[in-house]
Design a binder for this molecule. Structure first.
Ligand code: NAP
Length: 326
């Protein structure tokens, strides 16, 4: 049994993680913690106390907490011998100098950024085996990268990549904010962060895009509760056939049980992945195969957060990647 504790268990992603772990045959949940605010709001969860959390010596701790909270907590947990999967952005970027700009704080543990494994599970090879710290990818980043990475070597470096992405409202977490209230979101649709969103440097880094390479990422807020749909516009070095592009995707994901490839010309839909740990990907070719439109969909709270965290937990502890998920 892997003994796991969850911090932020009353939040959207922490709650999903607890539900998955509770039915995972190889996991025992040692503790679930909220914040001090939770207690005053009448939650049954105890507020986080690090000594109480560490007392039963959990093998792993899932942090489903705000970025700055994770950045402070993870070093203490690692020092006590727990392994950490962090769902926030606190350990995703490799350069500490990026944190003040994109996350609004100076990183308290920059030495851990190099050690953290960026947990886009399908692209981790064996780096998750036995690692201590996983930076679970962002929800938008997961959907963009799963669609983009298989094609990178075939793309024309002189042309930019555009990622136009839409997320359901649960992407913003449970915190109260008028901009995400029913009256503002229902019957509405809007772009945000078009001048720069923190998942943009994350995607650039994980796709290894050269500094001068044009990449434009624009997120939108969809009036649904869960799900992300990303549309990527790419230009190939040389004209591609459907068979060429399908071949690249199949090569990348033939041993990836949680990525489903649609037949060429078919595009995926949110309803097919909401509530599942899967990412579905489809594409169409334009302009005689010079241009591609790639669409990927996933559930932001699952493959974009909690189920990917469980996938990573399984890999860290040498278990089947899909255990507890299918
Ligand atoms: N929502 C998504 O689609 C998504 C996807 C990928 C990654 N993420 C990331 O995952 C993390 C959690 O997101 P979420 O959407 O689940 O947020 P959320 O619904 O707002 O939940 C955050 C949780 O963190 C707890 N918390 C806040 N401050 C704390 C502290 N000082 N000590 C202990 N617990 C504290 C909160 O506890 P109380 O409720 O008790 O205050 C709450 O349970 C964030 O970093 C987010 O960026 C979210």
């Amino acid at each position: 049994m892997i003994r796991v504790s969850v911090v932020g268990a009353a939040g959207y992603t922490g709650g999903e993680a607890c539900a998955l772990l509770a039915r995972h045959p190889g996991v025992r949940i040692e503790g679930r913690f909220g914040s001090r605010r939770a207690q005053t709001a009448g939650s049954e969860l105890p507020p986080l106390d690090v000594e109480t959390l560490l007392d039963p010596r959990p093998d792993a701790v899932l942090l489903a907490t705000p970025h700055d909270v994770s950045a402070e907590l993870a070093p203490r947990l690692l020092a006590a011998g727990a392994r950490v999967i962090d769902l926030s952005g606190a350990f995703r970027l490799g350069d500490p100098a990026d944190y003040p700009r994109w996350y609004g704080f100076t990183h308290p543990a920059p030495e851990l950024l190099e050690e953290a494994v960026y947990g886009l599970t399908e692209w981790c090879d064996r780096r998750l085996d036995g690692c201590r710290l996983v930076a679970n990818p962002g929800c938008y980043a997961t959907s963009a990268l799963l669609a983009l990475r298989p094609l990178l070597a075939a793309l024309d470096p002189d042309h930019g990549i555009v990622c136009d992405a839409k997320s359901g409202v649960s992407g913003a977490g449970r915190r109260p904010d008028a901009a995400y209230s029913f009256a503002e979101v229902s019957g509405n649709f809007r772009a945000y962060g078009a001048a720069g969103h923190r998942h943009e440097p994350e995607i650039r880094q994980a796709a290894d895009l050269a500094p001068g390479r044009s990449f434009v990422f624009v997120p939108h807020l969809l009036p649904v509760v869960r799900g992300i749909l990303s549309t990527l516009h790419v230009v190939f070095r040389a004209p591609m056939t459907e068979r060429d592009v399908a071949g690249l995707f199949h090569e990348a994901y033939e041993r990836a049980p949680l990525v489903r490839l649609l037949p060429p010309g078919e595009l995926p839909e949110l309803a097919a992945v909401a509530g599942t740990p899967r990412c579905d990907i489809g594409f169409v070719l334009r302009e005689q195969g010079r241009r591609g439109v790639i669409v990927s969909v996933l559930d932001n709270l699952l493959k974009g957060a909690a189920s990917q965290a469980v996938q990573n937990l399984n890999r860290m502890f040498g278990r089947d990647e899909t255990e507890g998920l299918l």
